[in-house]
Design a protein around this ligand. Sequence first.
Ligand SMILES: Cc1cc2nc3c(=O)[nH]c(=O)nc-3n(C[C@H](O)[C@H](O)[C@H](O)COP(=O)(O)OP(=O)(O)OC[C@H]3O[C@@H](n4cnc5c(N)ncnc54)[C@H](O)[C@@H]3O)c2cc1C
Length: 409
Amino acid sequence: MGAGPAGIAAAVSAAKAGMAVTLVDAQPEPGGQIWRGQWDAPVYPAARSWFAALRQSGVRLQMSQRVVTAPAPGWLGVTGPAGAAQLGYDRLVLATGARDRFLPFPGWTLPGVCGAGGLQALEKGGLDVRGKRIVLGGSGPLLLAVATHLRRRGARVLAVAEQAPTASLPGLLPGLLRHPGLLLQGLSALGLPLRPDTWVTRAEGDGQLRIVHLQTPRGPVALEADLLGVGYGLVPDLELPGLLGCAATSDGVVVDEGQRTSVAGVFAAGEPTGIGGVDKALAEGRVAGLWAAGREAEARLLGAEVRKGRAWAAALASTFALRPELRRIATPDTLLCRCEDVSVGDLQSFASGREARLHGRCGMGRCQGRTCGPATEFLFGWRPGGPRQPLAPTTFADLVGLLSPPEPP
Ligand SMILES: Cc1cc2nc3c(=O)[nH]c(=O)nc-3n(C[C@H](O)[C@H](O)[C@H](O)COP(=O)(O)OP(=O)(O)OC[C@H]3O[C@@H](n4cnc5c(N)ncnc54)[C@H](O)[C@@H]3O)c2cc1C
């Protein structure tokens, strides 16, 4: 489940070990976030070799199919252009990836402002950024990856505002040296206007973004810009693992050496077990696929690779820990839950996320708390509520079929 690097590695490894494998993803092509849009023309060498392996593996691809329900153990409900269907499985590898963590600030709902990863996804989907003045803000290596990508596409990147202090960044060097692919990515970011110790405080404009306000070590700075992409790191996508009852902490799904979750027959790999990037995703995906196929001994040989990926994940988490000042950027009238028009001030009388949902409708709209949930967790310390079925908007007719107990084979 999930055709990013982790899901592809799991599917190929299990298929090579003789299993009948189906790979399901909501996107039209395999690749996940990092290799999105490269299925026919891979840019990264790793994408080239994994796509070739996937094409030769005999894995059945079910693209443009979103998993929205889990009606019974061993069953998933999916929707897509061809309608809804129930899929049965003996073993399931969850490789659902991650998404931008977005924190609210005045002006964030202006057209021209979006998530950093979201901005990259929009460009990969056809948005023309040539000549556009772009500011990126937030935290983590994704900002530089997105800035490099947009610069290559002809954008003028004015600033990459990284909230982490300058002093913490050299701490990543040992890890980078152990991951040559990441080091190369890092080198391709040379020359970008990276500003550590800096964060976005406000976006201004009349119906469209015009000025981005930054807090820098030398005081406030204002930049005229066409687009602003903001992301405070990534949060693991835990909806489906949660629906299935997999134990998780705030870092991700809990797994053992075989990537097994607390639910029998269900494995997890990649970003859902902790944000660590593509090398960790590939290593964990291979282990999950092999273990699911009963090849535990082969899987154990990859233990060192997985540990290296997890060490990198830990280095990222400590280097890019969010500073407390970010809790004070939003003002009481800053919108927090855009779907239901709930402001930061509206939430201040509630004691928990559950109360805010029940009495304030925060997180009850179309996105079901995917955007505001991580923000309320950071701002108020509220743990996000458990996921609800369906995981994405679904027609009533489809839903009735998808929630019914599956037909016996
Ligand atoms: C927006 C964004 C952009 C990124 N860009 C870069 C980059 O340029 N460079 C870089 O090094 N790293 C990037 N990353 C980090 C990158 O995600 C990881 O390094 C790596 O791709 C993780 O692989 P993965 O397989 O764990 O997850 P992903 O690549 O995220 O794959 C998860 C897949 O699961 C699918 N999925 C999730 N839920 C469902 C569901 N319910 N039904 C069906 N399908 C589902 C998704 O459609 C997706 O294809 C990005 C992350 C994000 C969120």
